[in-house]
Write a new protein. Structure first.
Length: 202
């Protein structure tokens, strides 16, 4: 049996709330093999869910009360929901993610980062383009840049407002300004475009 690539004391605790029994068993097995502590009930560093939760966001919000980060396995529809649900990191993985991708998603979310699979990242870039010629000489104000950085870190509008010491309405104003300047229509698109233009890094 090989040793986990990450020392066990650095691994976050995880609660697997995947509603698909087969997927849940597979995820728990993979995490256990990597040395991750799987918590059956109660608080955990990371909550893992699947698409079945998309129809019940209120229950998901309650489940998140005991976790600081979330990993969603399934569709890209999570990209617009997760930033509003959690003040911590989050990840979106395909249901057939490899063990390495699963562990990377868990570690990234636990560290407060946003983790997207390459396919979704590329789709966000393409889907977010609403002009024939994407902007290439974007200039953001210092505050708009701060907001974009916080978007890349996965912060919700509410948490970003606390971080910058402004109102949530002010954050929403800056977010819309960033969308307009980057020529995008979503958070995922803003982060993807910002990385592509070298305005933020991950």
């Amino acid at each position: 049996m090989t040793e986990p690539a990450v020392p066990s004391h650095l691994l976050p605790s995880v609660r697997v709330a995947v509603r698909s029994g087969m997927l849940r068993a597979g995820v728990e097995s993979l995490l256990g093999a990597a040395g991750v502590l799987v918590v059956l009930n109660g608080e955990a560093d990371v909550l893992i869910v699947d698409d079945a939760w998309l129809a019940d966001p209120d229950a998901l919000a309650d489940a998140l009360a005991d976790s600081g980060a979330i990993v969603a396995m399934g569709s890209g529809n999570w990209a617009n929901l997760l930033p509003e649900l959690t003040g911590g990191g989050w990840a979106i993985l395909s249901a057939d993610a490899t063990p390495a991708e699963l562990l990377a998603g868990v570690l990234g979310a636990a560290a407060g980062l946003v983790v997207l699979p390459p396919a979704l990242f590329q789709a966000a870039e393409l889907d977010s383009e609403d002009t024939d010629t994407p902007p290439s000489d974007v200039t953001l104000t210092p505050r708009e840049h701060d907001v974009l950085v916080l978007l890349a870190e996965g912060l919700s509008n509410k948490r970003a407002a606390r971080e910058l010491g402004v109102t949530e309405s002010t954050i929403k104003f800056h977010v819309q300004a960033v969308y307009s300047k980057l020529g995008v229509q979503s958070r995922a698109g803003a982060v993807a475009r910002g990385i592509g233009l070298g305005l933020v890094s991950v």
